[in-house]
Design a protein around this ligand. Structure first.
Ligand code: SF4
Ligand code: SF4
Length: 358
């Protein structure tokens, strides 16, 4: 929607005033969608029924609500969708270091998103006294990507994530569910065309077909959502990724339009740009809690995070990692001990092969 910049602010339609406020709050995009039944809900139900969600049982529990926004807010009429740009440029990882997905290199974005959505809610309630609003960001039973597409923010690419014409692949979304009517934006159209770059870019083959992701094979799932042992067959494919994965997003040609964000909330922490794997393996419970207090990494808990570190060391570590892994064999967490043992086996095997080649 084109903003009529010469119109007096008080005469502007509510949709425009909301968008101005969203921009003022630091959101890169803001769109409006009607509250129709999500268009791909049947497909989502099939995706769940086929077991693609792995251990994410909350997705099954939330499924009925996802089909009807009235379950979220009675009398829902429209949805405001906002996007927060987190692109801050590309960085190189040092040899032997771990890789943390871009969105996790700064403080947990949920706090920022909640705070900004709360301010936007207050603004709307002042504009429309008596209205009801409910904010969502990642955690609720809302078909967020579908709503974002219908609000014109971006389209769902073949890798199943959102892509924006101006933001590429690097943005978060949040929603305000509202109980009054507004003019909707034009829905986004799909612009993947004949491109298929993201499919072969996936190290684990998790994108089994265009628009279909088997979460059980996805490194983001394996390193963040999975609470137990990582399947042995998939460990070598994880490489040095210790929290999430960006590969399918990073190869997308639409990233050429991404503009660096100056938002302080998304500037990467130095210690998460290229973290030293051996050093990470040495952190105890208290240090983990202190160091990652405001980070999404806290969500995985120490046992799963160090499990990931062991896998990364097993894949890229050399003999310098062996003392750290040997110490981890005595960790109080069996999960860490098991993955440390696997990593020692991998490094030893590599060294034996190298020795035979000399
Ligand atoms: S995030 Fe990584 S593992 Fe998951 S689908 Fe994308 S490339 Fe594959
Ligand atoms: S890499 Fe190509 S196919 Fe994959 S999401 Fe981007 S544009 Fe679509």
């Amino acid at each position: 929607m084109v903003l009529p910049l010469n119109a007096p602010a008080s005469k502007e339609p509510i949709e425009i005033r909301i968008k101005r406020k969203a921009q003022e709050l630091g959101f890169a995009e803001c769109g409006v969608s009607s509250a129709l039944v999500p268009s791909y809900h049947d497909r989502y139900r099939d995706w769940l029924a086929n077991g693609n969600a792995g251990e994410m049982s909350y997705l099954h529990r939330q499924e009925p609500k996802r089909g009807d926004l009235n379950e979220v807010l009675s009398g829902v009429r429209s949805v405001v969708v906002v996007a927060m740009n987190y692109y801050t440029g590309d960085v190189e990882t040092s040899e032997g270091a771990g890789v943390v997905a871009r969105y996790s290199r700064f403080d947990d974005y949920h706090q920022t998103m909640w705070s900004r959505l709360a301010q936007l809610t207050k603004f709307i309630e002042e504009e429309r006294p008596g209205c009801h609003a409910k904010a969502y960001c990642d955690t609720g039973p809302v078909t967020e990507r579908d709503l974002a597409m219908r609000a014109g923010i971006g389209w769902i690419g073949k890798h199943t994530n959102l892509i924006g014409r101006r933001l590429g692949n690097w943005f978060f979304i949040g929603e305000l569910i509202l109980d009054f009517d507004m003019d909707s934006d034009e829905p986004a159209t799909t612009h993947c065309g004949t491109c298929r770059r993201c499919l072969p870019a996936c190290p684990t083959g998790a994108i089994t077909a265009p628009y279909n992701l088997d979460a059980r094979r996805c490194i983001s799932y394996l390193t963040i959502e999975l609470k137990g042992s990582i399947p042995v067959a998939l460990r070598p494919l994880i490489g040095n990724r210790i929290y999430g994965c960006d590969d399918c997003l990073a190869v997308c040609p639409w990233n050429k339009f991404a503009v660096k964000s100056r938002d302080q909330a998304v500037q990467p922490r130095k210690d998460l740009i290229s973290p030293d794997l051996c050093e990470l393996l040495g952190i105890d419970d208290l240090e983990f809690k202190n160091r990652f207090a405001n980070s999404p990494i806290l969500r995985t808990k120490r046992r799963c995070f160090l499990r990931n570190v062991c896998v990364a060391l097993g894949n890229v570590g050399g003999k310098e990692a062996l003392p750290y892994l040997t110490k981890a064999l005595t960790d109080h967490e069996p999960l860490i001990r098991e993955h440390a043992e696997w990593a020692i086996g991998e490094i030893t095997r590599r060294q034996e092969t190298d020795n035979q080649c000399i």
